[in-house]
Design a binder for this molecule. Structure first.
Ligand code: ZN
Length: 141
């Protein structure tokens, strides 16, 4: 297998900076509304449940369950050309939010398996600019 290629960095804004700061420390944090407790993701300026603009960045467990799964056989960016095929999943976090992610599976152990219902756990991958991006791997039983 070829050496991994660094993926493009996300565009970081003042609003998303706390998310990326936490990721650089190996923590998955999301906004929890100070008014109603709703945890929102994607990151936003106001609560999608009550419109409050007050929130705290709280740490998620880092685990979740796969809701849907598909395999990309084509690289839509040159940075991914050495990685096809790879799994892309929607993860349901126990705290409420859902995230799209790819599955880190360097040995291609899970590429032919249906991952729906499997437990996954977050890890952080360094991309261009040394930004840590959350990705997921299948949790071993
Ligand atoms: Zn709220």
């Amino acid at each position: 297998m070829n050496a991994p290629t660094k993926k493009p960095a996300p565009q970081i804004t003042a609003l998303t900076q706390p998310f990326w700061d936490a990721a650089s420390k190996g923590e998955l944090r999301m906004q929890k509304c100070q008014s109603c407790g709703h945890i929102r993701f994607p990151i936003g300026p106001v609560c999608t449940a009550c419109l409050s603009d007050k929130s705290d960045w709280v740490r998620m467990s880092g685990r979740g369950t796969v809701l849907s799964h598909l395999v990309f056989h084509r690289a839509y960016s040159p940075a991914w050309k050495d990685h096809v095929p790879y799994s892309v999943v929607m993860v349901q976090l126990p705290e409420g939010p859902r995230m799209f992610t790819d599955i880190v599976d360097l040995e291609r152990k899970y590429i032919d398996q249906d991952l729906v219902g499997r437990t996954v756990e977050v890890l952080f991958d360094t991309v261009e600019g040394d930004v840590a991006v959350p990705r997921f791997k299948v949790a071993e039983p």
